[in-house]
Design a protein around this ligand. Structure first.
Ligand SMILES: NC(=O)c1ccc[n+]([C@@H]2O[C@H](COP(=O)([O-])OP(=O)(O)OC[C@H]3O[C@@H](n4cnc5c(N)ncnc54)[C@H](O)[C@@H]3O)[C@@H](O)[C@H]2O)c1
Ligand SMILES: O=C(O)[C@H](O)[C@H](O)COP(=O)(O)O
Length: 390
């Protein structure tokens, strides 16, 4: 059997016996020549999988290590009888932590108190559902907007235009082009203009859900509007003007963590085994991941305990941002991207930064000493996903 796979799907090597030929290829370079005699293709979001790639090939299974599937021509694949498996849910927790870290950026700067706010989550699937549960666990008021499925209980579902009046608006929808609830340019000029200037907008769904030109116009008119973008139109070459204007812009890494990457690999390998009627290995990619109890990134802990001058909210933000700071990533991304864009190398910067940022660990890898924090702060840290030990 021959499997062609994106070289950046984590921990694929070592899972296949001698009867399998695994060819690893950079995702943007996978072409019809690579796949013509392959039985299976494993991709990430950057490979377009359609007739142009697979027509006449031997591929009968496509696995994508992503939740989004807009890079796959699902109708054509179904017509051809090619099976598809995705990794929906694998990176939901990483995206939730990205949203918490974005809010922490504003809390730290004293610009914002989420406990006095209403957060609207638009798109309530794996990511949006997990986000609502996490925010509610933190005691933060939420509403949900999802006209296609209403699966989360104990939350009010509201129409889109009402959701856009919340204090924080989080977009977690797929990119879709057809039907009454298509999401392409769902936030167009008219809807963006309806946002209140103090509303915080976060997009970790797909870039095309917001019309770039209209958002740029909005930010030129209302520069104080806080906007966090992880996804962009025209990746890997997003608008530099927009990147410069947003509160924090990251190169599509909200769902990036070692935990998420391994879970995604597990999903595609499970799908592959099911399709080819192979036994699903009991233990899948590796893994003894070290905890970060003593990691220098968390040397903040003693400072937190000793710093009587900071409020529990600020200390909460400090802890979250010590783990992952979208603003720090944004600063680096913006600097590198604007220099590279001058030489038309922006796309390489986008891709190489993404590779580098895949080593993030989730909050659960950080074990903290409960006694170092006030009961309120310890409760928030626990609810956010950190592990509190006696
Ligand atoms: N930035 C990242 O790193 C990252 C990571 C994971 C997922 N994503 C993106 O986020 C999307 C959501 O991820 P997920 O795992 O929750 O997917 P999911 O399929 O579990 O959930 C998507 C939800 O969006 C809802 N939806 C569809 N159209 C809508 C509309 N017009 N208005 C409101 N809701 C709508 C669906 O009903 C569904 O409940 C993915 O499709 C992907 O494009 C991005
Ligand atoms: O849809 C998803 O799951 C995410 O957008 C995912 O994080 C994309 O990551 P990539 O496949 O490009 O590494």
């Amino acid at each position: 059997m021959k499997i062609v796979a994106d070289e950046n799907i984590l921990a694929l090597d070592g899972w296949f016996g001698k009867k399998v030929t695994l060819q690893l290829v950079p995702g943007r370079e996978i072409n019809a020549d690579h796949v013509k005699d392959a039985d299976a293709l494993l991709v990430r979001s950057i490979t377009r999988v359609n007739a142009a790639l697979l027509e006449g090939s031997a591929v009968q299974f496509v696995g994508t290590a992503t939740s989004g599937t807009d890079h796959l021509d699902l109708d054509w694949l179904a017509q051809q009888g090619i099976s598809v498996a995705d990794a929906a849910g694998a990176n939901a927790n990483a995206v939730v932590e990205y949203v918490l870290a974005s809010l922490a950026t504003l809390i730290r700067d004293d610009a914002f108190d989420p406990w006095q706010c209403r957060v609207a989550v638009i798109g309530v699937g794996h990511v949006g559902g997990a986000l609502i549960r996490r925010l509610q666990g933190l005691g933060i008021d939420c509403v949900a907007c999802d006209p296609l499925q209403q699966i989360v209980v104990n939350v009010d579902y509201v129409p889109l235009d009402e959701a856009l009046q919340a204090d924080v608006v989080c977009l977690h929808t797929p990119l879709t082009h057809d039907g009454k609830h298509a999401t392409w340019h769902m936030l167009d000029r008219e809807r963006l203009s309806a946002l209140r200037p103090e509303t915080v907008l976060i997009n970790a769904g797909r870039g095309e859900v917001i019309a770039t030109d209209a958002l740029l116009e909005l930010l030129q008119r209302v520069p104080e509007q806080n906007v966090f973008l992880d996804v962009w139109e025209n990746e890997p070459s997003p608008s530099l003007a927009l990147l410069r204007q947003v509160t924090a812009g990251t190169p599509h890494i909200a769902g990036y963590s070692v935990e998420a990457k391994l879970a995604a690999s597990r999903c595609v390998l499970t799908g592959l085994c099911r399709h080819f009627n192979k036994k699903i290995p009991a233990v899948m990619p590796p893994v003894n991941l070290p905890l970060i109890v003593h990691d220098e990134r968390f040397s903040i802990e003693p400072r937190v305990a000793g710093d009587a001058g900071r409020t529990d909210q600020q200390l909460f933000a400090d802890m979250v941002l010590a783990s992952f700071s979208p603003a720090r990533v944004s600063q680096r991304f913006t600097g590198l991207y604007q220099r590279a864009a001058a030489d038309n190398n922006g796309a390489q910067v986008f891709d190489s930064l993404r590779r580098e940022l895949a080593e993030r660990r989730e909050f659960s890898a950080c074990h903290l000493h409960a006694a170092a924090y006030s009961p309120q702060l310890a409760g928030w840290l626990h609810a956010a996903g950190f592990v509190l030990q006696a």
